[in-house]
Design a protein around this ligand. Structure first.
Ligand SMILES: [Ca+2]
Ligand SMILES: [Ca+2]
Ligand SMILES: [Ca+2]
Length: 176
């Protein structure tokens, strides 16, 4: 069972949605039941593409080089800014959707409608730090997937009194 869960997690890191792995026998879904299982974050696809040595984790050095490469893909005309159109194209290509998280507003710190190289690097660096839960300077696959319970959300969190860590805890970690 444990290895089955692990292989589902590995698959989830590649595919965006792997809810089919979640449970061989689907429960009777109530009306409030959401998707459940293991999910890879859209940003995980960006980070895993930076894994140059294919050791299945992304180092800080790989991140630095990966950001340079990702930026040249985002700023297609090389003017130093990713315009709204350029960023949308990059988001669809790399995150899978124009509205996938992190959205452009999360990059565009000064709200001028463009994402500068500095804003791009800053946002991806912040995402890396936020996801590196064990603070070892590497992003492992286990830090790039989240488990979603499918249970209705309770405002303010804490919907799992049973003791499991929050399934979406990566969103609650403070930035470094
Ligand atoms: Ca690596
Ligand atoms: Ca900006
Ligand atoms: Ca780590």
């Amino acid at each position: 069972m444990q290895s089955g869960v692990r292989s589902c997690a590995a698959i989830a890191a590649v595919a965006v949605f792997a809810s089919a792995c979640a449970s061989p026998a689907p429960r009777a879904a109530g009306p409030a039941q959401g998707p459940q299982g293991w999910f890879a974050l859209p940003i995980a696809m960006v980070f895993t593409s930076m894994d140059e040595d294919r050791d299945s984790r992304v180092s800080a050095a790989e991140l630095a080089r990966g950001i340079t490469s990702a930026w040249s893909a985002a700023d297609r005309d090389g003017d130093g800014f990713a315009s709204g159109f350029e960023f949308e194209a990059w988001s669809i290509r790399m995150l899978g959707d124009a509205d996938a998280s992190p959205a452009r507003v999360a990059f565009d710190v000064n709200f001028d409608g463009n994402v500068s190289a500095q804003e791009f690097e800053g946002r991806l660096g912040d995402e890396f730090g936020r996801l590196d839960r064990n603070r070892d300077g590497f992003l492992d696959r286990s830090e790039l997937v989240v488990q979603v319970s499918g249970q209705p959300r309770i405002a303010g969190g804490g919907n799992r009194p049973g003791g499991d860590p929050p399934d979406d805890g990566v969103d609650r970690l403070p930035p470094r």
